[in-house]
Design a protein around this ligand. Structure first.
Ligand code: ZN
Length: 566
């Protein structure tokens, strides 16, 4: 699936057009990019069927560009635009507060094309003199630079995963064994590059199949044991061929993390063994290497699920035989946050329900925004009543799934909810979340959120830290105090499974699990295609050591009704 690459191209065209102050078009390109990014179907397949224009927001002109890209790997319009404006757009726009128009101004006035140029200009005080910038903006740029640098060249798990899976599928006919390694196998929230290990009787052939794929923009290196390419969209993929009897030890080695491997090698040393990518050795004698399981077993440890390999106590737990029995995809019975056309979603209640049924869910919660949040089209009491009637009708049509009528309420600055009491009694489940005034000091923000948790009708705190990966820093929260309040008030903490959010993150999930705070997975779907992101939520739960019992999406409908007090 090349959807992510196509979206990246359209986003870049949108930004470059906006820099040239073209009207309307940037918005059109951006809408098309967003829809393609979250499309459940393969854009290449649609192209082959001549159905590109079926994608919402894709008209003739944009369809042509997509076709050109899929067929030739380039888009002439993008190349022309880039020639006129040779700036590192992805890098510079990662700096909070810098949009295409400001980047254009910085280029025109100061010739800034890279993050380095930007830092240099800010340090010597040249930016504050540009019209519309000023001293505060210059200071904010300096503060946000480090964040921008960190997030550059990393890609979101949710978008990399399907692409890597397709590469694996394409290579399968050419290899005897294949496995993704690295941070992608550990399901980290962002991925630097993709590492794939193969065993092949004819490695040269496998490498040819790999480097010859359509999605490859540039071959960085091609050899019999290792090849590297850069895909359209920027991510680097390495394929390594290893011997069959070293596949397990190589997989262990290349899966990492570095910190985990250091600890495991210490255990090997204790036994006077040596562990490397070729195997586990005692002197000249090879003890293990074909599978990962035998490597860990020979060290007297349980096999450790990749998601846990971050040196957060998993090595000792594996030695003690005390690893958690992690929650699995199959344990999850439903989704507890989604939006429909009633607020800012793109699909109706019925459409979301149909998709959820197709995914095999036993229950969902429809949780549209209520209250005054303008951008999200919040519902009032009357809307909610009408929505309740619609949901009742859909329930008749779909007795195979339980539909909780829920809502997502805004937590105001003082911690109160942006709704009347009567409204909350109209629904089965209440989500509360912060959607405004993100910049408050830790003490006030913590008190604000705790007050919402203490509200007797709140069931779930949604996207608790409000971070947007690579775009917005989390709000300042004393997470320990928030978790303590959640436990006391039996409020569930959400793992928002939307690719850009993954909030709570893995570290906070582990803290919640240790404190006996329950977790819920909500995709925050705004389109039916988004509902499949629930697996990303499970990945985060697993990285946070959660078992099935810690995640309320594994509960039965009756258990949930009891929990929600509905
Ligand atoms: Zn929200």
């Amino acid at each position: 699936m090349r959807n992510r690459e196509v979206a990246a191209v359209l986003y870049e065209i949108a930004d470059l057009l906006e820099m040239r102050e073209v009207d309307f078009k940037p918005r059109a390109y951006r809408t098309a990019a967003q829809n393609i990014e979250s499309l459940g179907t393969d854009v290449e397949e649609l192209h082959q069927q001549g159905k590109l224009e079926d994608i919402p927001g894709v008209g003739k002109g944009i369809a042509k560009k997509i076709a050109e890209f899929l067929e030739t790997g380039r888009v002439k319009k993008l190349e022309d635009l880039k020639r006129d404006m040779p700036v590192d757009l992805p890098g510079l726009s990662a700096v909070e507060g810098l949009g295409p128009k400001r980047i254009e101004k910085l280029y025109r006035e100061l010739g800034i094309t890279t993050l380095d140029d930007l830092e240099e200009a800010a340090r010597r005080g040249a930016i504050q003199d540009i019209e519309g910038f000023g001293e505060n903006t210059q200071q904010a740029i300096l503060e946000n630079l480090a964040f921008a640098r960190r997030s550059r060249d990393r890609y979101l798990l949710g978008y990399v995963q399907p692409e890597a899976q397709e590469i694996v599928e394409a290579l399968k006919p050419h290899v005897e064994a294949i496995e993704v390694a690295g941070s992608l196998r550990r399901k980290k929230e962002t991925i630097g590059d993709v590492d794939i290990l193969v065993v092949a009787s004819e490695p040269a052939r496998a490498m040819e199949a790999f480097t010859g794929m359509d999605r490859v923009e540039k071959v960085l290196m091609q050899g019999d044991t290792k090849s590297s390419v850069r895909l359209y969209g920027g991510i680097q993929v390495d394929v390594r061929a290893v011997d069959r009897d070293s596949f397990g030890s190589a997989l262990q080695y290349f899966t990492g993390s570095k910190e985990h491997n250091i600890e495991v090698r210490k255990i090997a040393l204790r036994h006077d063994y040596k562990l490397n990518e070729y195997g586990l050795f005692h002197g000249e004698q090879k003890l293990a290497g074909t599978t990962e399981e035998e490597v860990y077993e020979a060290l007297g440890m349980q096999w450790i699920p990749p998601e846990l390999r971050e040196n957060r106590g998993e090595v000792q737990a594996a030695l003690d035989g005390a690893l958690p029995d992690l929650v699995q995809d199959e344990d999850v019975r439903g989704d507890l946050q989604m939006h429909t056309t009633w607020s800012d979603g793109n699909h109706s209640v019925a459409e979301m329900v149909e998709e959820a049924v197709a995914l095999g869910h036993e229950f969902i919660a429809i949780t549209d925004h209520v209250g005054s949040l303008k951008v999200a089209g919040g519902l009032d009491q009357k809307d909610l009543e009408e929505q309740g009637e619609e949901i009742a009708a859909v329930r008749e049509e779909h007795p195979e799934i339980h539909i909780f009528h829920g809502l997502e309420a805004n937590v105001m600055k003082d911690g109160s909810l942006d709704v009347g009491e009567g409204v909350l009694d109209m629904v089965d489940v209440v989500l509360a979340s912060v959607h405004s005034a993100f910049r408050m000091d830790q003490k006030s923000m913590t008190e604000r959120v705790i007050r919402a948790i203490e509200h007797p009708r709140v069931n779930i705190l949604a996207h608790p830290t409000c971070r947007i990966i690579q775009k917005r820093e989390p709000i300042q929260l004393d997470v320990e105090r928030v978790l303590e309040a959640s436990r006391e008030n039996q409020v569930v903490m959400e793992i928002n499974a939307f690719p850009e959010r993954l909030d709570l993150n893995d570290v906070h999930v582990k803290m919640a699990v240790e404190r006996g705070v329950k977790l819920s997975i909500g995709t925050d779907a705004h389109r039916r295609d988004h509902l499949r992101y629930y697996r990303l939520g499970i990945a985060v739960a697993r990285r946070g050591w959660a078992e099935a019992d810690d995640v309320i999406n594994t509960y039965s409908v009756q258990q949930l009704q009891k929990l929600f007090g509905a």
